[in-house]
Design a protein around this ligand. Sequence first.
Ligand SMILES: [Zn+2]
Length: 206
Amino acid sequence: MNSQIKIKKRGEGFKNFLKKYGYFIAVGIIVLAVTLSIILTNGVKTSVDEASNLDMATKEPVEVGSVGLNFALPMENCEVVHDYSRDALIFNESMGWFETHKGVDLKSNNSKVYACESGEVIKVYTNTLEGTVVEIKHDGNITTKYSSLDSNVLVKVGDKVKKGQEIGIASNSAGEEVQTGAHLHFEILNGDNQVNPNDYLSLSNK
Ligand SMILES: [Zn+2]
């Protein structure tokens, strides 16, 4: 009997507690819920913003294309032996490690290499990793870069070249891709950044 009374008293005590502080508890729960929903909404918003930034990055070459550049293939009837890979690491059998590939490797029965678009030759050089390299500057701050060329190139710095003009021969001069055999490592740069050549050239059906 005594214990039942105690329980009843405890129950009443809790009711009294709710009467006194229930309002504050309810307000506390609402504040917590609103805070949580703000945090969650902002979190989702951030990831949406990041996604649209990536989308912008892939659309960038299209905007540049509007300045009037219209690229031709740098080799005739070429096939892509290593595709462009900006983020995913692919194995480089020549170096023995995984890395990104900021250009496309092209092979063709005809190893002649042509300027993709009219422009001015701004660099001609040779080093162990890239082999002999020619860079041509075009309108819209776009540069095309032709690596792994034979050292006997047909152009020099300052030359104005026309679209489709032969500039050299694909070879295996690039030490970092020597296992690929004779090929052209081809890059397109927007400013200092390599962009996806597939956005400028129809390489898949060649
Ligand atoms: Zn390459």
